[in-house]
Design a binder for this molecule. Structure first.
Ligand SMILES: [Fe+2]
Length: 664
């Protein structure tokens, strides 16, 4: 779902029918402006038909795909500001991406990263093995590839090449620790299903004489590390003078300053200030030399890959990205600190020794410390032994450790805690509890959650494909079609007095929560429910359309077919009923060509029509939107204000069946 970069002045004039046209705004070329003017003349927004066309838009051209991929990469940058603020690294990447698509090859991204956990185990990190920081980071990077895939309809892989043995000897970390860290990271990526992530080893940079080492044992690796390191150093260009580079190259200088600062806390030794400064400066230069050799080797081995970097830079030669979502002003890499989560799941990376035990508890998985979690009664479940797993990018799974025990029947769960967790971090999924699919048990717990809002046909709506003939006068809920992003109750209207005009108007009467049980799940990879978090949405807005500006926006919709309802003057952002946090109230446009059922159009009342595709694209951004895979028996509670939702289509003979109750 690409968003087309437009500068605000032009975006204000942008009619909706121009949305799909990519205008090259890398520069303000006269021809781009001419093209824009021509398109503006061709489509007068006043005359835009309300019933949208049956015809799908023409297939994306290669240029469309490349531009859409560039938007994705740009948005993941540390220094991202607006879609039209494009640095040289993104312009270069467009050429490379075009090359991959032209050659019908997977788009390849390369990232030197994940060396080993900090050598300062006593204050910075939780141990020598990958933990929650790496877990979230792998999911984040895999999501980046998924977004590039969707933008380009092309495969995309990200290769992590560990630079561990380029630096570990300088920082007194053993080769064996580097090996174990790397192997555990690989297993983690596999278990998480990060199928777009690949790993490459140092020897793969060093030439064809090492190509026989496709499966390397730990013993062989440890034996050959000195040889690999020597081979790496041979890539340092003749005459490369690191001191000169520091003085004339802004990126090298930034990395040098970053290394020196990092070394102040990295080396777990006590030295006088001036001696420490001198040693750290020397060490930083040696690290820069190794880094240069490493970068040169990558250029030779991966000449056409899109080069990503963990280091903040001028974004000329490489795309600098944060490896995981975090509140930190200056991003911290996963291996230099510990994840600290608020109850709502948001992450701050911190040096472990700075985290206060009085406010945070350490969470373990299989006996390994993984991250710090804000202390809260919401994690104490009446003596139940349950684990809480944060989903990426939003949501929480609660699992009893004693799966299948009658002690963990649904009726024993404190639904008020589930409700409060759901307000903070929707969706909340109870997985592994018993009696969840029992109609009476499921219904009874709805009344513990809040006020049950029945339909005319009863309390439970059974959502499954009824197999009926598609019909434009019916609703697609009971079909296998994909649906638009929405909140429940969008077309259920109530009359209120408009605060500003004092006049009566009709607005959506939305339930506060959705409460589901999964009676049958779709096969793996099919029939996802998508949950888009307003909290995450707010984090990824461009500067020119920040939440303050979006809070003024209102939209309208006209539906054709089943609902036949006009929504007008609808606020895009509303405060959460109990938390006051900004919540996105949105209905994704659903033109006739997308559906055999009810369709609707959506327009912005008081701003650029270009906002429609911007809002859609951020809601479907993998950093905002959870692709939730159901398992039979799952109970899910989702806050219908803080979270929008939809589903993907499901294919074939799929008995996916969800039961849903609305809670007020
Ligand atoms: Fe819904």
């Amino acid at each position: 779902m690409p968003f087309i970069p437009q500068e605000p002045a032009e975006a204000e004039l942008q009619p909706e029918s121009v949305k799909r046209v990519v205008v090259d705004l890398d520069s303000k070329k006269p021809e781009a402006r001419e093209k824009m003017n021509m398109l503006l003349k061709q489509s007068d927004p006043k005359n835009r038909p309300r019933e949208l066309s049956d015809e799908p838009p023409p297939p994306k051209t290669i240029e469309d795909k490349v531009a859409a991929a560039a938007v994705v990469l740009n948005r993941y940058r540390i220094e991202y500001k607006n879609d039209w603020d494009i640095p040289q690294s993104i312009i270069t990447s467009k050429e490379l991406i075009k090359g991959f698509i032209d050659r019908n090859e997977s788009i390849e991204l390369i990232l030197p990263a994940f060396p080993f956990k900090s050598s300062n185990k006593s204050t910075k990190v939780l141990g020598s093995l990958p933990d929650e920081a790496e877990r979230v980071s792998l999911l984040h990077l895999n999501g980046l590839c998924e977004s590039v895939k969707e933008a380009t309809e092309n495969d995309c892989h990200l290769t992590i090449i560990s630079d561990g043995i380029a630096y570990n000897d300088l920082l007194d970390v053993s080769d064996s620790e580097v090996w174990t860290y790397g192997q555990t990271l690989r297993s983690m990526a596999h278990e998480l299903g990060c199928s777009n992530i690949r790993f490459s080893r140092m020897y793969q940079l060093l030439g064809s004489e090492y190509s026989h080492l496709s499966t390397l044992t730990e013993e062989q690796y440890l034996e050959m590390v000195p040889e690999f390191r020597k081979g790496l150093e041979s890539n340092l260009p003749d005459g490369y003078n690191v001191s000169e580079e520091i003085s004339k190259n802004a990126d090298v200088n930034a990395t040098y300053c970053g290394y020196k600062k990092f070394l102040e806390t990295e080396r777990d030794i006590k030295l006088g200030r001036s001696r420490a400064d001198k040693e750290n400066a020397d060490l930083a230069k040696r690290m820069l030399n190794r880094g240069k050799a490493f970068a040169e080797a990558i250029k030779k081995r991966f000449p056409v890959s899109v080069r990503l970097s963990i280091h903040p830079s001028t974004d000329v030669n490489k795309i600098s990205i944060a490896l995981l979502p975090q509140d930190n002003e200056v991003p911290m890499t996963p291996w230099h600190g510990a994840v600290v989560r608020k109850v709502d799941g948001t992450i701050t990376m911190m040096h472990a020794h700075k985290v206060q035990a009085v406010s945070h508890e350490l969470v373990y998985q299989n006996g390994r410390p993984m991250y710090f979690r804000e202390r809260s009664d919401l994690f104490s479940w009446n003596g139940k032994d349950v684990d809480f797993e944060y989903l990426y990018p939003t949501g929480l799974i609660v699992r009893p450790r004693d799966i299948g025990s009658a002690k963990n029947a649904l009726c024993t769960v404190d639904m008020q805690k589930v409700r409060k967790l759901s307000e903070l971090c929707s969706p909340v999924c109870l997985r592994g509890f018993t009696d969840t699919t029992d109609r009476r048990a499921f219904t009874a717990k709805a009344y513990d959650l809040g006020e049950v809002l029945p339909w005319e046909f009863g309390v439970i709506q059974e959502v499954k494909d009824k197999g009926g003939k598609p019909d434009r006068t019916t609703n697609s809920v009971q079909s296998r079609e994909a649906m638009p992003m929405h909140f429940d109750g969008v077309f259920k209207l109530k009359t209120i007095i408009d605060e500003e005009t004092g006049e009566e108007k009709q607005v959506s009467d939305a339930p506060l929560f959705q409460y589901f049980v999964c009676q049958e799940a779709a096969p793996a990879g099919d029939g996802y429910t998508l949950f888009a978090s307003s909290n995450r949405f707010v984090n990824y807005l461009p500067q020119s359309y920040n939440i303050k500006k979006l809070s003024k926006i209102r939209w309208s919709s006209h539906s054709h077919g089943y609902f036949q309802i006009d929504l007008t003057n609808t606020r895009l952002i509303e405060p959460h009923p109990s938390l006051g946090t900004p919540c996105v109230r949105w209905l994704q446009p659903w033109p006739r060509w997308k559906t055999a059922y009810n369709s609707h159009d959506v327009s912005i009342d008081n701003g650029s029509q270009n906002l429609v595709s911007l809002i859609d694209s951020i809601l479907f951004d993998r950093r905002v939107c959870l692709y939730f895979t159901w398992e039979k028996g799952d109970i899910v509670v989702s806050d219908n204000y803080s979270t929008l939702h939809t589903r993907t289509a499901f294919k074939g003979d799929c008995d996916r069946e969800l039961w849903r109750i609305h809670i007020g």
